[in-house]
Design a protein around this ligand. Structure first.
Ligand code: NAP
Length: 489
């Protein structure tokens, strides 16, 4: 079916000015589309890198990989970049591509409804918009998971979630509790061990730790990257790193592979060789397989864990009182500061926004069982609505920027059908999603994420909510859509 839309300027609305929203805006402009509006709920760009400012915040993906392919950065200071540097990088990209004027800050989209082939949008400021395409780039980890702990409101000291760090609170020589031992908790404990008078790390479930050396790029290296684009591209596409990432993705999908056994070996040796006290070593030894939870990369967490002012506690937090945390055995530990490094509600995506597709189908209805999207980008009955880093996408210890770039390549081919007038709307068919999900779930159950641990990778039914195949299979799948899997209207 053709239509007369082909030559008019389509309007694109992007939800979120984080890494993926910035990417979408740049790519649209590059393709000659100028009718773009980005809605950002906060007052600045940056997404997760804006919201997380905790001490020790470091990206565990190598800096030159955690970089847009089209915006290399010779200035990265370290192999693993500090969070503030990542935020500064995104700000520099936004400035370089002059995106500020198309971003509405402090304006959250509250409602999106598809009618008459357009998305009717309402925002928290009471404004309305109308778009041909909506690109949801809301990210995954932006709703802090704050546990309901008895007595939490009675605590007289300072208590906050890791993604809502209160920088007015003094930390030096204070008695600090850190609850949670994901990537965040581990980084915070490592950073605060030297500063706190006493630091208790509540590890309900210990983690495997992958050793890493976070080297500094010398001034000579940075000068080389500045002056030699080939050297800069070379480190961005480092073949050794590429091979390691691919190997890691094979390990995730094939838990009995040599690649996985190699990872298990490294993390076990790290524990055995780094922790001298046998009792502490056993406390820190996870009872599930390596990489079942997102693998934690740390240069010196085990050094921090062995400091005399640091206590590793193998217990959850059931009760908080005005002076501290009371354990199940009745012991009260007193604190000045309690940090909740308790993770995020990873299944929220665009929610709590109200999104209504064709025939009055709401997102809540479409996702009543679990968040799902064909190839991670398109939901049946939600035409011309695409997601970057949506449900069932690849997650793991690799760059989500790269993942989003591949997804953009795929999505742009679907949007082109409408832009070129071949149809007015496009969304995945229900049968394509069902087939995709069936195969995905079967493979996901066999992946390392389904090997018997609790993590934010699992959906409400305990099934890994991730892309369960290798990274190269993902790249292959993103080359070109199977158009037969889509309903064109
Ligand atoms: P997380 O991996 O979900 O870890 C949450 C931690 O909180 C777990 O140890 C969990 O224990 C614990 N917890 C939750 N509720 C609790 C309760 N009521 N009592 C006691 N403990 C409780 O969250 P995260 O560390 O914030 O990391 C989330 C993700 O953010 C990472 O996996 C990663 O993708 C991303 N991140 C990335 C970087 C990076 O360098 N790229 C850095 C930080 C974060 P259980 O295990 O027992 O449930």
């Amino acid at each position: 079916m053709t239509n007369n839309n082909a030559n008019r300027q389509h309007r694109y609305v992007i939800i979120g000015a984080g890494m993926a929203g910035i990417l979408a805006a740049i790519k649209l402009r590059e393709a000659g589309k100028h009718n773009i509006r980005v809605y950002e709920k906060a007052d600045r760009i940056g997404g997760t890198w804006r919201e997380n400012t905790y001490p020790g915040l470091t990206c565990d993906v190598p800096s030159h990989s955690y970089t847009y392919s089209f915006a290399p950065n010779p200035e990265w200071s370290r192999h693993l970049p500090p969070g503030a540097e990542v935020q500064a990088y995104f700000e520099s990209v936004v400035a370089k591509y002059n995106l500020e004027d198309i971003i509405s800050f402090n304006e959250e989209i509250t409602q999106c409804e598809f009618s008459d082939d357009q998305w009717r949008i309402k925002t928290s400021r009471g404004n309305s918009d109308c778009a041909d395409f909506v690109i949801a780039a809301t990210g995954v980890l932006h709703h802090p998971r704050i546990p309901r702990i008895e007595g939490m409101e009675t605590f007289k000291g300072d208590i906050f979630h890791s993604a809502r760090w209160d920088h007015s609170v003094a930390l030096d020589n204070k008695r600090i509790a850190v609850v949670g031992t994901g990537s965040t908790g581990v980084q915070i404990v490592t950073a605060l061990a030297d500063r706190a008078a006493n630091l208790c790390h509540y590890q309900r479930t210990p983690q495997w730790i992958m050793p890493v050396v976070n080297g500094v790029f010398s001034e000579e290296e940075k000068a080389l990257f500045r002056n030699d684009p080939v050297a800069l591209k070379g480190i961005q596409n480092d073949p050794e790193l590429e091979a390691n990432i691919e190997r890691f993705s094979v390990a995730i999908t094939e838990p009995d592979s040599a690649a996985m056994h190699e990872i298990e070996n490294i993390v076990t040796q790290n524990l055995e060789q780094s922790i001298s006290d046998p009792e502490l070593r056993e406390k820190l030894r996870p009872q599930y397989r390596a990489a079942c939870k997102r693998l934690i990369y740390s240069e010196n967490f085990y050094v921090a864990a062995q400091k005399s002012n640091v206590d590793i506690l193998l217990e959850g937090v059931n009760k908080i009182e005005e002076n501290g945390i009371r354990s199940a055995d009745g012991t009260l530990r007193e604190f000045d500061v309690i940090v909740l490094a308790t993770g995020f509600e990873a299944d929220r995506f665009m929610r709590p926004m109200t999104i209504t597709g064709e025939n009055g189908v709401t997102l809540e209805q479409a996702w009543s069982e679990r968040p799902s999207a064909y190839m991670s980008v398109s939901i049946p009955d939600f035409p011309n609505f695409f997601m970057l880093n949506g449900p069932s996408g690849p997650v793991g210890n690799f760059s989500l920027i790269e993942i989003a770039e591949h997804q953009w390549h795929y999505i742009s081919q679907l949007m082109a059908l409408v832009e070129n007038g071949e149809c007015r709307k496009v969304s995945a068919s229900q049968s394509a999603l069902s087939k995709f999900d069936e195969a995905r779930i079967a493979a996901a159950k066999k992946s390392i994420f389904g090997s018997g641990c609790q993590s934010w990778y699992l959906d409400a039914q305990g099934i890994p909510a991730t892309w369960p195949w290798t990274r190269s299979q993902f790249k292959e799948a993103m080359q070109k859509p199977d158009f037969a899997a889509y309903c064109l209207g």
